[in-house]
Every structure is written in C-alpha cells, then in structure tokens.
Design a protein around this ligand. Structure first.
Ligand SMILES: Cc1cc2nc3c(=O)[nH]c(=O)nc-3n(C[C@H](O)[C@H](O)[C@H](O)COP(=O)(O)O)c2cc1C
Length: 207
C-alpha cells in the first residue's frame, strides 16, 4: 500500500504555494498517494484586501483536523511572520486538541517548508519553532539534511537548509522561487515520501 501524504500550505502571495506544488511532484515520484490542501484563512476579507492578498485557489480544499487522521505524513508549508509560523497555522494546530487527546497523530511523520521576505528574516527559526507541535503530537519530524547538494551552492542567493526547502520573497514580494529552491522542494517531497513509504511498508510487513 503506498504511503498517504498530505501537503498542506498557507500562502498569502503565492511563493509557498509554488514550493508546495513542487513537493507534491517530488512525493509522487516516490510512489506516494499525495493530496494538496490549504490551511484555513483566519483573516477577514477586508483585512486581506488591505494586505493586497490575491484570492485563494478555489481548486485546493481547506484542511480540517479530522482530515489529518487519514494520512501517514504531512508536509507543512507556510511563510514567516516575525520569525515564526503564520497565525493561520497556529490557529489550525490549536484546533487539533481532540487529536492530541486521542493520540491520533502519534507515529505519523512531518516535514516543513517556509518562506521569508529577507535572507535572514527567520527561516530556520520558523522551522524550529514548529517542532514543539510535532513533539506534543508524537509526530516524527523529518529534516532533509544535505541530501540535495544545491543547499551548499554559494554562487547565488537561495533559500533552503537542512531543515527544509524555503524561498525569499523580497520585501515587496517580487522575488519568485528560483529553480534551485523549487528543486530543493521537489527533493524534499521525494525524500520525505521515501522515508514515510519505507515505514509504511515495514509496518505492513511486520503485521
Ligand atoms: C505581518 C507580517 C510579518 C512578516 N514577518 C516577516 C519576518 O519576520 N521576516 C521576513 O523575512 N519576512 C516576514 N514577512 C514576509 C513574509 O514572510 C512573506 O510575505 C512571505 O514569505 C511570502 O510568502 P507567500 O507568498 O507564500 O505568502 C512578514 C509578512 C507579514 C505580512
């Protein structure tokens, strides 16, 4: 049975959405069944308008806490707000209390993808400050290490770290994810799906 993976993103201006889509592609090449979701929006339409946020992609469903039970692993993708995850992600995590109470996510896997405006705007802190949620849920955190050697490239400005893929949007959002950054996101999807797939196959064989 193939691993079931949910790639769940929040993207106000589209940068993270591009990386999430590449992670979906990568996970599929590893043989996983992959579904793409969005985190629910928490801001009112007039606020989103003032922030110049384009409309959400109506083709991508919003995740609910109970949906998480159906998957072996999650790739969570979201931008930085002040060096940590957007409040939309925290609000969703806060709504998963019944999953915590029942241990419903224990033994599942997760990996993270992030974006910031600037180079030192908090990419690693955004990955790191999300890990406590995984610990409390019993979710196994999967970093990507340096398996993609492009992470060591010093010839161009790029996101991506051992914690996961990332991009720099620029202060005005005009910078788009580079080919290198999209490649790291694809690698992350494939690598993560490989880890989860190995676990799922091993568990099935042991039963
Ligand atoms: C309220 C707010 C806080 C932000 N805080 C940071 C920050 O701490 N560091 C940074 O580099 N970028 C920061 N940004 C920029 C966002 O991270 C950037 O818009 C986002 O990564 C773009 O991704 P998206 O197109 O998927 O929404 C902030 C943006 C907003 C609206």
């Amino acid at each position: 049975m193939p691993a079931k993976i949910a790639v769940i993103y929040y993207s106000m201006y589209g940068h993270i959405k591009q990386l999430a889509s590449k992670a979906v592609e990568g996970a599929k090449t590893a043989g996983a069944t992959v579904d793409l979701y969005q985190f629910p929006e928490t801001l009112a339409d007039d606020i989103l308008g003032k922030m110049h946020a384009p409309p959400k992609d109506a083709a991508v469903p919003f995740i609910t806490p109970n949906d998480l039970k159906e998957y072996d692993g999650f790739i969570f993708a979201f931008p930085t707000r002040y060096g940590r995850a957007v409040a939309q992600v925290s609000a969703f995590f806060d709504a998963t209390g019944s999953l915590w109470a029942t241990g419903a996510l224990t033994g599942k896997f997760a990996s993270t993808i992030v974006s910031t405006a600037s180079q030192n705007g908090g990419q690693e802190t955004t990955h790191l400050t999300t890990i406590p949620y995984f610990a409390h849920m019993g979710i196994i955190y999967v970093p990507i290490g340096y398996g993609d050697q492009n992470l060591l490239n010093l010839n161009e400005i790029h996101g991506g770290s051992p914690y996961g893929a990332s991009t720099h949007a620029g202060g005005d959002g005009s910078r788009q994810p580079s080919e290198l950054e999209k490649g790291v996101a694809e690698y992350q999807g494939k690598y993560f799906a490989g880890i989860v797939g190995t676990f799922v196959a091993g568990k099935a064989a042991a039963q």
